[in-house]
Design a protein around this ligand. Structure first.
Ligand SMILES: Nc1ncnc2c1ncn2[C@@H]1O[C@H](COP(=O)(O)OP(=O)(O)O)[C@@H](O)[C@H]1O
Ligand SMILES: [Mg+2]
Length: 476
């Protein structure tokens, strides 16, 4: 019997059990199932009568009915009825197109014989059902609680996030708001910790915070609250944004990003209100990660004599930060800045952990190079040699170098690169970097002359001497 049949039977069983057992809620359904049945906006916290507001009650209403369409969407099986039509216990109503279990008991037995604990653990509805029925007592070793614990909460689903944003920001005047905040569901974040090379220090700090999140009930019990506000500090391109996103993905949390530069938008009067709303959204989405990039913006606006409304917005922001907590609200706050020197004491004080994002050293650069080339073919590839030639470059720079090398090789219809391609791309990159950094008004125009030591200007700060090899001729 095919996997497709198993997938469809699981869906049929789940919908049937869920329809009958009123103690189950949406967090008992696997995300791919509940997405199919989710309707309406998000319910308001206050219990005003739905008939009056005209809003469809948000959520999943019973009974869940399975049609070819819902089954296809939930299971990814392209012809769901064909997959199960030969089983004795399935039935289809030709008229309505619904698929049902004629013999639920048979379906349960059939299913139980074919799945293991790991699979059952991904379905809290069935985990509960099988745990409660004695005839399956010995078959599985999975509790309902375990399965629920592992199932992603509804708050992380895109449908739920959209409903929430609509509820908070549906008025015309709030259109600006969507520039200030961006919310991504964990499945929409395409960055994982496996894609990043971290320093030992960074890894330890991230471990610490994952543990703190896991044990936040304990921390709350012992009264430890000053935890869960991180500041990522380091030059552009060192992986601050990527690491925050990767954390969201690895911990299956929604990622709420505040773009502070948007605070200066024209409707400043609205901004303070919108900052408030953003934090409200984060609390409703919790557990989640709230990422505030360009944090130095805060200090800058406080020290200069900016528009009063701007200052008000920034003060609201600081107050909101004070009032949000990992322990009480399940919101992990991560700030990031390229300019730590511009932060004042008031800003520093708000974070309980500072994580340094330095420019990568030799070994890290070699590791980054190996990582980002893992799906490429490169003849005579020696990442350590390239690392030597790229002092001062960040992870982001290295990605650009690689992209350049790949595109250059493609102009010769090559999909296998050589070490030489990479070295040429490094040189190309540094020329561009020099041009970018040159002060064109009073700058050193000689540096533009071919053959000058262009590498010099791009050294980003490692004290050790240059080991660039600029001998290769290249003609583009
Ligand atoms: N340590 C690293 N390991 C792997 N990739 C990195 C690293 N640092 C930066 N990158 C890559 O460089 C790009 C830019 O990184 P980003 O996170 O936006 O940097 P930042 O936010 O510090 O400016 C991303 O594609 C990221 O994957
Ligand atoms: Mg960034």
């Amino acid at each position: 019997m095919s996997d497709a049949a198993l997938d469809v039977v699981e869906f049929l069983l789940t919908t049937s059990v869920y329809s009958d057992d009123r103690t189950l809620d949406e967090n008992d359904l696997p995300p791919s199932y509940r997405r199919v049945f989710w309707t309406g906006g998000v319910e308001n916290g206050d219990d005003d009568d739905d008939s009056e507001s005209g809003r469809t009650p948000a959520g999943i209403s019973r009974p869940l009915s399975v049609t070819t369409t819902t089954a296809r969407e939930a299971t990814d099986v392209s012809r769901p009825w064909e997959a199960v039509s030969e089983l004795m216990f399935t039935e289809r109503d030709e008229f309505s197109g619904t698929i049902t279990l004629a013999q639920q008991g048979m379906a349960e037995k059939w299913f139980a014989e074919r799945v293991d604990d790991d699979r059952l653990r991904e379905n809290p509805t069935l985990a509960k059902h099988f745990a409660e029925h004695e005839e399956f007592g010995e078959t599985f070793d999975v509790t309902h609680e375990e399965a629920r614990e592992e199932n992603r909460p509804i708050q992380a689903d895109r449908v739920w996030i959209d409903g929430l944003l609509e509820e908070y920001f549906d008025e015309e005047e709030d259109e600006e708001m969507l520039d200030l905040v961006e919310v991504r569901a964990p499945e929409e974040v395409d960055m994982s910790l496996d894609d990043l090379v971290l320093t030992e220090d960074q890894e330890n700090e991230l471990d610490k915070i994952s543990k703190a999140i896991e044990h936040r009930d304990y921390l709350s019990n012992i009264g430890l609250r000053e935890i869960g506000k991180l500041l990522f500090v380091g030059p552009p391109g060192t992986g601050k944004t990527s690491t925050a996103q990767a954390l969201a993905q690895d911990m299956d949390l929604p990622f709420v990003e505040v773009k502070l530069s948007m605070i200066t938008s024209q409707y400043l009067g609205e901004t303070a209100k919108n900052v408030d709303k953003t934090f409200e959204v984060a609390k409703r989405l919790s557990p989640c990660i709230l990422f505030i990039d360009e944090f130095d913006f805060v200090a800058k606006t406080r020290s200069s004599d900016e528009h009063a409304a701007l200052k008000r917005a920034v003060n609201t922001l600081l107050k909101s930060i004070d009032n949000i907590s990992l322990i009480e609200d399940d919101v992990l706050l991560i700030g990031a800045t390229n300019h730590p020197d511009q932060l004042d004491d008031a800003a520093w004080r708000r974070f309980d952990e500072i994580i340094n994002f330095p420019k990568p050293d030799n070994n890290m650069r070699a590791d980054i190079l190996s990582l980002i080339t893992r799906r490429m073919e490169i003849d005579e590839f020696d990442p350590h040699l390239i690392a030597e030639a790229t002092q001062g470059l960040t992870g982001s720079d290295l990605r650009m170098v690689l992209r350049e090398a790949v595109l250059e090789a493609l102009t010769e219809d090559r999909t296998t690169l050589t070490q030489e391609d990479l070295l040429n791309a490094v040189e190309e990159f540094e020329e561009r970097d020099t041009l970018k950094n040159m002060d064109m008004m009073g700058g050193d125009h000689d540096a533009l002359v071919a053959g000058g030591d262009l590498g010099k200007a791009s050294d980003g700060g490692e004290p050790s001497g240059h080991s660039h090899d600029h001998d290769h001729d290249h003609d583009h």
